[in-house]
Design a protein around this ligand. Sequence first.
Ligand code: EPZ
Length: 417
Amino acid sequence: MDSIQIQGGVPLQGKVRIQGSKNAALPVLAATLLAGGSSFIRNCPRITDVFAMISLLKNIGCRVSWQGEGLYVDASRVDCREIGTEAATGMRSSLCLLGALVGRCGSAVMEHPGGCVIGKRPIDLHLGALRQMGVEFREEEGRLLASADRLNGAEIRLPFPSVGATENVILAAVLARGDTVLEGAALEPEIAALCRYLKGCGAGIEGIGTGRLLIRGGRELSGAEFTVPADRIVAGTYLFGCIGTGGSVLLEDAPWEEMKSALELAEHMGGKICISREGVYVQAPDRPRAVECIRTETYPGFPTDLQSVALAAAVRADGDVMIRETIFENRFRVVEELRRMGARIEVREPDTVLIHGVDSIRGVPVEARELRGGAALVVAGLMARGETTVTGCRYIYRGYENICRDFRELGARITGA
Ligand code: EPZ
């Protein structure tokens, strides 16, 4: 079923466990291709983007199976001839297969990776960096063909700390001949998670967590066990769901060390935050406090992936709130749906909206058009008086294992797939 029904206006109460991170799991699953043997990846989220990645790995000869909450991946029989037949389409995260396939097989064939409708999503930084390592690209009938006789280490500087381009360089560099220095690497925690998995496989990577990575090339990699960290964006989604509904919740296993900017914003919006061994406890005010401006930035700044849910929570603020989106050029599509619920939002610039907080919004049918905007509409439905029906939920299931189950754990009156 592609729709969710919500009877809103109920403050969230209770505790919920945070699932494994989509954006950590996907590059790690791509990286299993580089290991000559078997890996066991624990705490993998059961989301459609992971299911899609699993079928891509199977199509090129990996044996993949769920064992409890973990994924067993045996990449010992990758058939490099198969990659030409199976294009990685429909999701942006397949792009990180590019670096892994070129690393393992010396070539890759992909349709231009899809992904959300949140912006042009170019891949120039990926291509420029991989070209420096000896990869050649050509387009054929809308498909991207990559090939490299030999991958060589290089000195690479990214002009923008692209998460995906950083991941692709790391994945190509671990098997390349010679060392690679990557300056301007993304600092998102998912990069460190990828590096930890690869080090577990025997890779040599220095500077983890910094913007300068040294990746030792030419090593034989074995498989490894790895536990996917909790998803900081899912935890942040439920955090702002609590702020928007005026509730009090415990986010079990929330990776608070990776959520400092989100926790800081929640406090500025009136939330009381308590961090314990169990996770993050947040107690919200009846109505969110207005903050002057929410500006998205690369890590450790406020994450673009939480911008839509923070926007949803802010529509009930006790004043005006400005939001500036500095990472993607089209990440305000949820505004028109929120307006239909009674939110007062002005689009001042393509990257800036001004919210005039209202005391309440009303439940109406709304449509999700991308992953995080869809989650924001669910949060708005929880805040609204009356019934909200959210359609287009297939986008939400790309990143949330079971958003209805999780919000029901927190006392929400919500039904759906
Ligand atoms: C990753 O996308 C995440 N996806 C995104 O999460 C996240 O929003 C983004 O990083 C930023 O944190 C996954 O990890 C699967 P980027 P990615 O390359 O790698 C521009 C979600 O909701 N750019 O850091 O695509 C790009 O257009 C998703 O879970 C270029 O110009 O992000 C964008 O404006 C959405 N050229 C900006 O950089 C390039 O070659 C950030 O992109 C690459 C990117």
